[in-house]
Design a protein around this ligand. Sequence first.
Ligand code: VAH
Length: 316
Amino acid sequence: MKRILVVGAEGQVGSELTPKLREIYGEENVVATDLKDPVNSGSGPFEHVDATDAEAMKRVIEKYHIDTVYHLVTLLSAAAEANPNKAWHVCMSSLKHVLDLAVEKNMERVFWPSSIAAFGPTTPKDTVPQSTVLEPTTMYGVTKVAGELLCQYYNVKYNLDVRSVRYPGLISWKVEPDGGTTDYGVQMFYEAIRHKEYDCYLTDDSTLPMMYMDDAVKATIDLMQVEDPVRIKVRTSYNLASFSFSPKELAEEIRRHIPDFVLTCTPEARRQKIANSWPRTIDDSAARADWDWKPAFGLTEMVDEMMKQLRKKLSA
Ligand code: VAH
């Protein structure tokens, strides 16, 4: 039986991935850890762990006989840009601890998410190929490129089965993301339902790759459930895509539900500069070919589901 550890289980991804893993593998076989209290990651074993503390991580891995790790700890792009030293320390030291412990304990598999933030201004803006120029101009992006290369190194050097996908901006209703540049894609829904207006911190034509959280969770689990490691040909991180939108396009979709919704845009320099450095659309043919990746939610389906779920959540 798999013994899974989720590091950063209370974050935007962890709070949806952890319950899904517990559904599949049984609550007692999925240990959640975070600095925060266990509010959203569901019921099952939980430990407060500072992911930058290797000894604390080792104690949890030994206590629960962990053989698989989903390592989600990060500072998102805007937060990382505001505190680059902390971002480097948290992202890179925690990832290295997980990789070293996975080798030491001869673990089965490790998952670590990269991001489209690994791309930079010199990356093609449209249908970004799997193998391309990675020259990000954000600290968050630098940690993603460094992390991808570290994961590939541990696979080549130690034959560690570490797997990764480059998440686009993630749209979810369960936990409000903070510190991201694409977070406006979630905030717009909350403000449209609460106030029928939203002032976006990006220009209305800032098109970015996005994905509904259910598809990000599905891709993560699908990738980790591929039995034959030979099929995993990309050991940096797989491109992943479903749709792209701009604030203007998202507002038009929201108006199918709230016709008098008003979008204004007051660009905020730091996050606009980050958004301008990222591509518009992604080619994820490698993921589709290697492990049958296919998103279930398009833009319209995502908006319909977000409106349904958020109306329920906000009326509760
Ligand atoms: C961010 N949501 O905005 C994250 C994401 C592609 C961006 O990694 O920082």
